[in-house]
Design a protein around this ligand. Sequence first.
Ligand SMILES: Cc1ncc(COP(=O)(O)O)c(C=O)c1O
Length: 453
Amino acid sequence: MDIKNSILDTIGNTPLIRLNKIAEDLPGTMLAKVEYFNPGHSVKDRMALKMVEDAEAAGLIKPGGTIIECTSGNTGMGLALAAIVKGYKLICTMSDKQSKEKVDILRAVGAEVHVCPTNVAPEHPESYYSVAKRLNQEIPNSFWANQYDNLSNTKAHYESTGPEIWQQTGGTITHFVVGVGTGGTISGVAKYLREKNPNIKIWGIDTYGSVFKKYKETGEFDEKEIYSYITEGIGEDILPKNVDFSLIDLFEKVTDRDGAIATRELAKKEGLFLGYSCGSAFQGLRQLKHLLDENSVVVVLFHDHGSRYVGKVYNDEWMRERGFLNEEKQVARDLLAKHSNLPLATIGAGEPVHNAIALFRKYGISQLPVVLNEKFVGSIDDTHLLEALISDPTARDKRVEDYMQAPFPIVQASDPISTIAQKMAKTSGAVLVELGQGKYHIITRHDVVAAMS
Ligand SMILES: Cc1ncc(COP(=O)(O)O)c(C=O)c1O
């Protein structure tokens, strides 16, 4: 029989998976330690359990007590599993930049969640850090896990993640690459690996808006480095005790945009449906490729699963709003997405001009394709109509065909945005997209400008 006594017994022993297509242009062997195989779908299950076990051993929490933590979500999930199995209550404080999915998931596993503002300093009374601290003072028999400064965090990775990586690579690992937040993962794994082989390089991945890289390079905690960013889980505006700078060879910063794009690329090219910081970790590794050679055996650790980011990096609209999509890859079909549910408005060539004006008003549009016998024979737009009405006030009762322009150019649904823009520039303010089975829809100049900006 092979039975686990509880969900907690399934934590750890995650697979090491070779990166293939995405790593083709990187020298050496690229391996991913994929931590979403943990039951809470992140590496944080390991340290969450360790923090609770160490607190129990030290008498910091007693039966029926309350665990409190400020968390970007993953630690909360790990703590929730431990709390459920061990019979504790859990309160999580989170910053409001975290995905809604993360909040919902924590509530689903019984946690009480307090969402706090992101754009305040850690010492501000409303920060998720200060709120956790205050609740800890107010609630009797409560234990504030404090993953930033609680060294059980590092210890968990020293005892489990590090040894697993060493064994899985048969001791051949030359580089360990990982995103850094509290620092527990990098410091614990690095400590174990360096004890086995002091030559192993340890690279931390940081974000723009975080203090780590500059602090490592200059020893200065520079507040000017701090600004808000979107990447979740990595980078900090504090120096957590769990970051052991002496074990880290260098930090590499990755932009929000590059991290998001790499996250999507990992899903498409490797079938690895990962969290945002995983894309940043891989992108950071890619930026450091000049430091690798054919003999390099690189392990990059991927923290969590993509399901918590479906409304963010995996959502085209979210990516577009932030200018993260390479718009050249957008095609006519994507531009139609916003209004494809609405019917295409047209006007008959023989109808009076005032009917066209009424349609402009009704739909808030400025141009219409003109049809005759189910064919597009022309186009009419408000600029030309206005000119016509100024020179001839009776024009409103004349036929549309007397005032129409050339038909809108036709494009295919798979045509890129550049083709659409080119065709549109030569004529009026729109193109028609052929959708098959005699169906068409319209893309206006406004749609193209919105997509490109
Ligand atoms: C998604 C994600 N990536 C990276 C990290 C950073 O890991 P660590 O805190 O061990 O440095 C975290 C931790 O909060 C995380 O949740």
